[in-house]
Design a binder for this molecule. Structure first.
Ligand SMILES: *[C@@H]1O[C@H](CO)[C@@H](O)[C@H](O)[C@H]1NC(C)=O
Ligand SMILES: *[C@@H]1O[C@H](CO)[C@@H](O)[C@H](O)[C@H]1NC(C)=O
Length: 348
């Protein structure tokens, strides 16, 4: 081994042990809502909200140690969440080959996406009316194959109605696709209360982007009416579940235009907890997590299929290869801003 290589390896080892030592837990608390976050993946690790009797429960799935976080649990996903066909795309005449991590495709930013890296803590303020924290990350030109340097930030703020999330990205020198997602697995009955199939869900999307067997969109936009994907009225997840081969995992085209609008409302009837998700994004992936099996979660509780659900507000999957989907290209000088609000309430 050459001296340079040894020095390089030594530096890597030092860097890794150093970053590991930099995982922190940051609490935000406002009234009876409290949330813990970590700088690994800018992840939500716990979130306590009251039920209809005022009893608190942790409604997000997770693990006892930050080292055990994987599969995007609670994290911010990027540079491009969801799938990219064949791990490639062409932008302004340049062909980009990405790192693949799901067969021949790229999912959720690649093998070392934003959910797997350590973010910096920029502001942390757990006092006053709007406790908040901002995490930042610099993604280098060529990171997982994506073009250009990108500065990313996410700010979590507890507000009167719940938790607000603002994800931002700035391309520093080249246009690049950006699609950031908050990937929490929710179970409003409590993370350790079993499956979510009895939850009542309403999704404000009249259309979906259908997919092929590898979950890459066909490019069509089809109407949900008369299909098991119709959640336009509040509907129990279990109602049509038998007609969906491996649970829900599909992008909804959200109704209601470009501004902040309601994407979905979930009602867990035993606890009475209600969560409304608002976003300024055009799409939302509804995912019921069939793949979870024997995951040892928080407090040693073992998660099984459908232990939680995800409401990933986003741009459309594989938009970079579908000119008819809203563009995800962020140009230098034009900021990407993804706003979300998780509103919590109860009803009997
Ligand atoms: C956050 O973590 C701290 C330290 O582990 C713990 O004392 C606190 O109860 C946690 N808060 C929440 C909201 O999970
Ligand atoms: C596209 O590429 C050309 C050169 O190949 C360059 O001059 C131009 O600035 C690029 N446009 C964008 C938006 O990057």
């Amino acid at each position: 081994m050459s001296k340079t290589c040894m020095l390089f390896c030594f530096t890597i080892v030092l860097f890794c042990s150093k970053t590991n030592a930099h995982f922190g837990i940051y609490e935000l608390k406002r009234g009876d809502i409290s949330v813990n976050l970590t700088n690994k993946g800018a992840t939500i690790i716990s979130l306590f909200v009251p039920d209809k009797n005022g009893k608190l429960a942790d409604v997000v799935l997770g693990f006892d140690s930050i080292e055990h976080y994987m599969r995007y649990f609670g994290a911010i996903v990027g540079r491009v969440a969801n799938r990219i066909d064949g791990a490639q795309f062409t932008l302004n005449g340049t062909h980009y080959k990405l790192a693949c991590n799901e067969g021949r495709n790229t999912v959720h930013g690649g093998p070392k996406g934003f959910s797997d890296v350590v973010w910096k803590v920029k502001n942390y303020n757990n006092k006053g009316d709007s406790p908040c924290i901002t995490f930042t990350y610099h993604s280098c030109d060529g990171d997982q194959g994506f073009p250009g340097d990108l500065d990313v930030s996410v700010t979590y703020t507890l507000v009167e109605q719940g938790l607000s999330v603002t994800m931002e990205a700035e391309a520093l020198n080249k246009p690049t696709p950006v699609n950031l997602v908050q990937h929490t697995y929710w179970n409003l009955g409590g993370h350790n209360s079993g499956d979510i199939l009895s939850n009542e869900v309403q999704i404000f999307g009249s259309n979906i982007t259908p997919i092929k067997s590898d979950k890459i969109p066909t490019g069509e936009i089809t109407c949900v009416q008369g299909t098991p994907y119709d959640f336009l009225k509040p509907t129990i997840i279990a109602a049509n579940f038998a007609d969906i081969p491996s649970g829900y995992d599909i992008n909804y085209v959200l109704d209601g235009g470009d501004g902040l609008k309601t994407a979905a409302i979930v009602h867990e009837m035993r606890s009475g907890r209600v969560m409304e998700v608002l976003t300024n994004q055009p799409g939302m992936q509804f995912f019921t997590a069939d793949f979870i099996k024997d995951f040892v979660g928080k407090g040693g509780f073992v998660y099984q299929p459908n232990a939680g659900l995800c409401l990933e507000t986003q741009g459309f999957p594989d938009a970079v290869n579908h000119p008819n989907f809203p563009s995800q290209i962020v140009f230098p000088g034009n900021k990407y801003v993804h706003r979300m609000l998780y509103k919590f309430s109860t009803k009997c």
